[in-house]
Design a protein around this ligand. Structure first.
Ligand code: ACO
Length: 362
């Protein structure tokens, strides 16, 4: 085993964008509790906060929303590129390729907020376009009377979404907009630090997000609950996994050593959304039993649900297909990435760590 692993504990940059307080289970965006923002503010308002550092006035919000709406359409060359990709190309690879091809000279150094808005606006349209082209269904063009999240649901389903679905998905998206120096944000900042362009940095971040250790997938939680099947089966199923030293999906986190505040907020949303859904009853039971058994099998490790556990419930309740879970996470996290790129550009120094040579010297 190499003695230097994963940059754990290394501070790579100073940031004023978010605070991830793992000991106390708090997540702050620019000083505001993310869970409060998710309840009381819109996607546009919180994206503005992350990008500009303050909540918008009414006029600023209107201007920002309009700019997002104007950048939703996919250019023809990207449609051609998407259509050339083999059918079995996964959505994250499609997204990485399509976003990369946005990068003409208008995106050259130095990144600015208008570049950020363009890439934030177009990602949901790319996902929806590909979703329809692969399923041979009609792609409904972006609807400019709808806000960002409502328009995403509209483009996916071809019908006006209910206000409950919009609120639920926007809560999830706000809670996942930003999360400190995670792997994809680090990738984005490292690329930009060479004074490369914003699109190259976002392309790198999408590649990083694609890996199962990061973008993960709440779909694994859904698969786990499907396998458990019934409340009666839960304890035996969980014990057999833990006896075999397998992980319970949706539990544990590198930073949070108490309840992940995003999970707490999403649990509330899914309870409001799903009412008496037996699937949710099972999820609640699995959470309770897992915490008890994890404490028995892994005492002192402080393992609780992470963001993925109840994200699965919210995604399921808004009828999001499983293959779009990680792309949807990407559609929100791109806001955090671009906020970090603007911050990096303001006080840039090339990222250039060292490696410890352990090979032969002669
Ligand atoms: N189930 C059972 N045991 C667990 C779990 C779990 N979900 N998570 C951690 N542990 C145990 C480990 O086996 C380890 O035990 P040990 O001390 O006996 O070796 C101890 O707790 C510490 O765990 P690590 O894996 O070292 O913690 P790390 O910080 O490296 O990993 C991670 C965090 C990857 C999230 C891990 O908890 C995990 O694999 N969870 C399950 C998968 C999951 O839910 N992923 C989504 C993460 S959220 C996100 O990425 C957006």
């Amino acid at each position: 085993m190499p003695s230097v692993t994963g940059l754990e504990g290394v501070i790579a940059a100073e940031t004023a964008i978010s605070l991830v307080d793992g000991e106390n289970g708090r997540l702050l965006y620019r000083g505001f509790e993310a869970k409060d923002l998710a309840i009381h503010y819109s996607f546009e308002e919180v994206a503005y906060l992350l990008l500009y550092g303050t909540l918008p006035s009414e006029e600023e919000l209107e201007h920002f929303s309009l700019k997002l709406k104007k950048s939703r359409d996919i250019p023809d060359h990207i449609i051609s590129i998407i259509n050339l990709l083999p059918k079995d190309t996964g959505m994250m690879s499609v997204l990485r390729t399509a976003v990369s091809s946005l990068g003409d000279s208008s995106f050259d150094w130095k990144p600015d907020v208008n570049q950020a808005i363009q890439v934030i606006a177009i990602i949901p349209t790319i996902i929806a376009y590909r979703h329809h082209s692969i399923n041979r269904t009609d792609f409904p063009k972006p609807k400019n009377t709808l806000d960002h999240v409502a328009n995403y649901l509209y483009m996916l389903n071809g019908e006006l979404p209910s206000s409950t679905h919009v609120k639920s998905l926007s809560t999830y998206m706000i809670l996942t907009l930003e999360h400190g120096m995670n792997a994809s944000t680090f990738s984005a900042r490292a690329v930009l630090s060479t004074e490369s362009d914003l699109i190259s940095a976002i392309t790198g971040a999408i590649g990083s997000m694609k890996g199962p250790l990061h973008g993960g997938a709440p779909s694994e939680v859904i698969a786990m609950l499907d396998e458990i099947g019934t409340i009666e089966n839960t304890e035996e199923w969980l014990r057999s996994k833990l006896e075999n030293k397998e992980k319970i999906m949706g539990f544990g986190h590198r930073i949070y050593k108490t309840h992940d505040p995003r999970s707490v907020a999403l649990k509330k949303v899914s309870q409001e959304l799903s009412g008496q859904d037996p699937w949710l009853d099972l999820a609640l039971h699995v959470e309770e039993m897992s915490i008890r058994l994890l404490d028995e099998y892994k005492p002192g490790r402080k393992l609780y649900t992470n963001v993925e556990f109840y994200a699965a419930a919210v995604m399921r309740a808004v009828n999001m297909p499983a293959e779009l879970f990680t792309p949807t996470f990407t559609a929100s996290r791109v806001v955090g990435w671009t906020a970090h790129l603007l911050e990096q550009a303001e006080n840039n120094r090339i990222f250039r760590p060292q490696s410890k040579y352990v090979g032969p010297t002669e």
